[in-house]
Ligand binder design. Structure first.
Ligand SMILES: Nc1ncnc2c1ncn2[C@@H]1O[C@H](COP(=O)(O)OP(=O)(O)OP(=O)(O)O)[C@@H](O)[C@H]1O
Ligand SMILES: [Mg+2]
Length: 905
């Protein structure tokens, strides 16, 4: 996530031809052009090259050819070229010179070709500018539709050097004399426009919406549009118009299915129209059952139609392992076709395909799933022994809605423990907490045998705690199950209890219960226990140790993915990364935290693993917040918050909401911080201790931002006391560190030093160092702390220390040290991005900018050139170079070339 600034309260979609604010006024606006830099650069180079006279932009329908060509035209205009458009239309292709008529002089003798050509040449007089001849750039959209006469005339004009043609050509190209005539010219170049990549789609959608967008939403849109510009635009416009794409807590996200606009449906319908009945049947079959193997289709007599539809780009045939499979070329085709299939025919198709698959033996793993769902869709009874393997398969691929859907057909009297468990777990994962609780309490009643009792207890407590936010019932269920188990089972549930006690702010209890985590024999439970121990250790200030423990589990689980799963929220292999980021952040190892977190987040998004997505985003937010990067911190918290609100994960709402409020308060957005604080008010029992402490932090910064720093310090002191009681040393250090930043260094210094001594965290150490240096007031001490912070990546704290150092050096009459500290402060603040804590002020007067000449000399010196080399390079005397260098050193507060290198970076 980039360091975008915090969106203002009125951020709106950027608008489009038919969406957003433009619609009400009838004004048509377009998406900001993006992601085609290479193509534009290629065009610019061709235009500059007299040996090239035409550029043909090839690409499939809707990929963005016309838009690119238009941007080429604008570029040419900016360079001083005259630009024109030829309009090729299906009807125009028959009329000679129809496309160019409007460009010819009104009195051109159109009936006489020779005179026409002469008049045309005169109509495009070459222009000269800057010693160069500038050609007229003519855009011909849909070149294949151009009439022959216009093509010949354009060819003539390109050869005389009067015109440069930019043409768009939709692929696959039907036989076209016009396109061929251009392609035969040696001076013609071709550019193939491809669909947007996923990051490009993300950029486009963000640009359109004008604010941060949830990752899962971006990934859904990229998949649904397959990077096609037109489809993407229609989907986004349609989704905003229908309200399924909306802003929530500053973050745009999808709350329902993408449907696109009527225009898109019409477009697709047009593309599918005029098919023979047998082609139509094949399209319907694929729309319902794709992908289907080539074998099956050949056996069904579809070979010829398949070939035709493939040629027309409607169907794609690809190799999948040892099979050749066929599918519709675009997901939208399926959507449109399916909406037009009557229910009876739909059942018929499913029945036929189910029979066919059964006759082939349904050998592949996913065949079980397909067989069961087709039989259900055909209205045929499905036996439990067909449904269960299908549900297991769906669970394996984490398709929880399908698990629920499949098992909904099981009669209550037939439902086994496994059915209730699968259902409960699936409901939990899609956020139906109450339904999950119903299934899991039924499962508890059916569970016999240690393993089953244990599994049910784990699932049910997880849902009660994380979903329903009910700590009391969580612990009840836990101890009820423990009473039915032998010592091994009780040991596991002790770990479970430890986890919930831990989140509720009883760290020493948790550490005691987790003392034998390593000894647990069942791997998935051992890993879960180790992760809880990692969190407990990190809360207790043993952050490096905690990070190491979480790393081993993360790696073990990644290697064993698919086989062993510890409990929530780490049921996906990316889950342990949550514990890693938490520990790495409190250890002050920000770059590592970021790297681990982002990679895991991308995996969680790809796997659509909800809980890891939410908590990874939330902890990435906390990482950026503590580093002082408020823009990214806001974006991550908003991402977590949007997801958590959408799925009613209350504890995550409390955590991420508090994080958001801290960021907003630190950035001085008091009103929005208040809004956020109001929204996260609710029963305290639903909160983790960490969220409660973060809420206090938000309130403290909110007070400070409104000028009541004293109140802010009081709130922090009280919260730090709670953290101390809970045994949460790393949170206590955070709270006290912030208190020092708000002017309470003298009060908190002693305790910060104690915390640092009892912790392995470099961050805790830096905080103690900062408080001590602030009290001491010496510029050297402050500067050293600032450098330490810089090494950690604690940029905001470092910037503040450097700012203080600069002021102190100024007071001490040391302008060189003042300048050096100011440069460091500026560099650190720049890393923090636009949204900065309102409190500290940068000593701008101390930063004297370099002149252009000085900057040039400084860069060469930093590259390692000697004064003599620089003098030769810039044609100066060595003495002048040295004078420049002295002034540069003074301005930047450095004394040597080595230091210069570190500043010039
Ligand atoms: N690089 C881009 N940045 C922003 N928007 C784009 C970009 N490329 C295309 N679009 C938008 O996507 C839509 C479709 O693009 P365009 O009309 O250029 O496609 P096309 O390839 O010419 O399609 P067709 O084959 O139907 O002529 C337009 O609304 C256009 O503004
Ligand atoms: Mg076009």
């Amino acid at each position: 996530m980039s360091g975008r600034s915090i969106p203002g309260p009125n951020a709106q979609p950027a608008g489009d031809e038919d969406a957003g604010p433009g619609r009400a006024t009838g004004r048509r606006r377009r998406w900001p052009f993006s992601a085609r830099d290479d193509e534009l650069a290629a065009f610019a180079a061709y235009l500059d090259d007299d040996a090239v006279s035409a550029l043909l932009v090839h690409g499939p329908a809707g990929v963005g050819k016309t838009r690119l060509a238009e941007e080429c035209l604008r570029h040419a205009e900016r360079l001083g070229h005259r630009t024109e458009r030829a309009v090729a239309t299906p009807t125009g292709a028959a009329l000679p010179l129809d496309a160019l008529g409007h460009l010819l002089p009104p009195d051109a003798p159109v009936h006489d070709p020779v005179l026409t050509f002469r008049a045309a040449s005169q109509a495009f007089p070459p222009r000269r500018a800057g010693g160069r001849t500038l050609r007229t750039v003519v855009l011909v959209d849909d070149l294949q539709l151009l009439d022959n006469a216009s093509a010949v005339l354009l060819g003539h004009l390109t050869r005389t050097g009067a015109v440069f043609v930019v043409g768009t050509v939709r692929t696959p190209v039907p036989p076209s004399d016009v396109v061929e005539s251009f392609e035969h010219e040696e001076s013609t170049r071709r550019l193939d426009v491809a669909a947007f990549t996923e990051p490009e789609v993300a950029g486009l959608v963000r640009g359109f919406l004008g604010g941060p967008v949830e990752h899962a939403t971006l990934s859904t849109m990229a998949q649904a549009s397959r990077g096609n510009a037109l489809v993407l635009r229609e989907l986004a416009v349609g989704a905003v118009a229908s309200g399924v794409l909306a802003r929530d807590a500053g973050l745009w996200r999808l709350t329902g299915r993408l449907t696109g606009t009527r225009r898109l449906t019409a477009l697709v319908r047009g593309r599918l129209a005029h098919r023979s009945p047998s082609q139509h049947r094949l399209l319907e079959l694929l729309a319902l059952c794709e992908p289907l193997s080539l074998d099956v289709l050949q056996r069904g007599g579809h070979t010829d139609d398949l070939e035709t539809l493939e040629e027309q780009g409607l169907v794609r045939v690809r190799i999948d392992g040892r099979r050749v499979v066929c599918a519709l070329d675009h997901p939208l085709y399926g959507q449109v076709i399916r909406s037009g299939i009557p229910a009876g025919r739909r059942r018929g198709i499913y029945r036929e395909q189910a029979a066919c698959l059964a006759s082939l033996g349904a050998r592949r793993r996913e065949d079980a799933l397909r067989l069961a769902s087709w039989r259900r869709a055909a209205g045929l009874p499905v036996a439990l022994d067909t449904l269960l393997p299908a549900a297991r398969m769906a669970r394996h691929v984490r398709d929880y809605p399908t698990v629920v859907d499949l098992l909904a057909g099981v009669q209550e009297r037939d439902a086994t423990l496994e059915v209730w468990l699968l259902r409960g777990e699936a409901h939990h994962h899609i956020g139906h907490w109450a339904a999950a609780e119903e299934c899991l309490s039924t499962a508890e009643g059916l569970a016999e045998g240690d393993e089953n009792i244990l599994t049910v207890a784990m699932e049910r407590t997880q849902n009660l705690y994380w979903g329903l936010g009910d700590t009391t019932r969580t612990l009840e269920v836990n101890s009820r199950a423990a009473a039915r188990l032998d010592e091994d089972g009780r040991q596991v549930l002790r770990v479970n209890e430890a986890a919930y006690r831990l989140y509720s702010g009883r760290v020493p209890d948790a550490l005691r219960l987790l003392a034998d985590a390593e000894a647990i024999a069942v791997p998935r439970l051992r890993m879960w226990a180790q992760l809880q121990r990692s969190l407990a250790l990190s809360y207790a200030g043993q952050d490096d140790a905690a990070a190491e423990l979480a790393r081993t589990v993360h790696e073990e689980l990644t290697a064993a993915e698919g086989e062993q799963r510890p409990g929530s929220p780490s049921s996906h292999a990316s889950g342990p990364a949550i514990y890693r980021i938490a520990a790495l952040t409190d250890a002050g190892r920000f770059p590592e935290a970021r790297e681990v977190g982002r990679a895991a987040f991308a995996q969680a998004v790809a796997a659509r693993a909800l809980a890891p997505q939410i908590w990874l985003a939330a902890h990435l937010g906390r990482c950026e917040l503590i580093a002082g990067h408020l823009g990214p911190a806001h974006d991550w918290f908003a991402e977590a918050l949007g997801l958590a609100r959408g799925h009613q994960v209350r504890r995550a709402v409390a955590f991420a909401g508090a994080g958001c409020a801290i960021v907003l308060a630190q950035a001085g957005r008091i009103d929005r911080a208040d809004d956020e604080l109001t929204r996260i008010q609710g029963p305290e029992t639903e909160r983790q201790q960490a969220s409660l402490l973060m809420r206090q932090l938000a309130r403290a910064w909110r007070s400070a931002a409104s000028g009541a720093a004293e109140e802010g310090r009081r709130i922090l002191a009280a919260a730090a006391e709670q953290a101390r009681e809970a045994g949460m040393a790393s949170y206590e250090s955070w709270l006290l560190g912030d208190a020092a930043r708000l002017g309470a260094a003298a009060e908190v210094r002693g305790r910060l030093a104690e915390l640092a001594a009892g912790s392995d965290s470099a961050l805790a150490d830096a905080r103690a160092g900062l408080a001590a240096a602030l009290i001491d007031g010496g510029h050297q001490g402050l500067y050293e702390v600032a450098q330490r912070c810089e090494r950690l990546g604690a940029d905001m704290a470092g910037a503040e220390a450097a700012t203080e150092a600069s002021a102190a050096a100024g007071r001490a009459g040391d302008p060189r040290a003042a300048a050096a500290a100011a440069v460091l402060a500026r560099r650190l603040l720049d890393r923090c991005g636009e949204d900065r804590v309102a409190a500290p002020r940068l000593p701008t007067t101390a930063v004297r900018p370099l002149t252009d000449r000085e900057r040039h000399v400084a860069r060469l010196a930093a590259e390692g050139l000697s004064s003599q080399d620089i003098a030769d390079r810039l044609v100066l005397s060595v003495r002048t170079v040295d004078n420049h260098l002295q002034r540069i050193y003074a301005k930047l507060g450095v004394v040597s070339r080595q230091e210069l290198v570190s500043v010039i970076r």
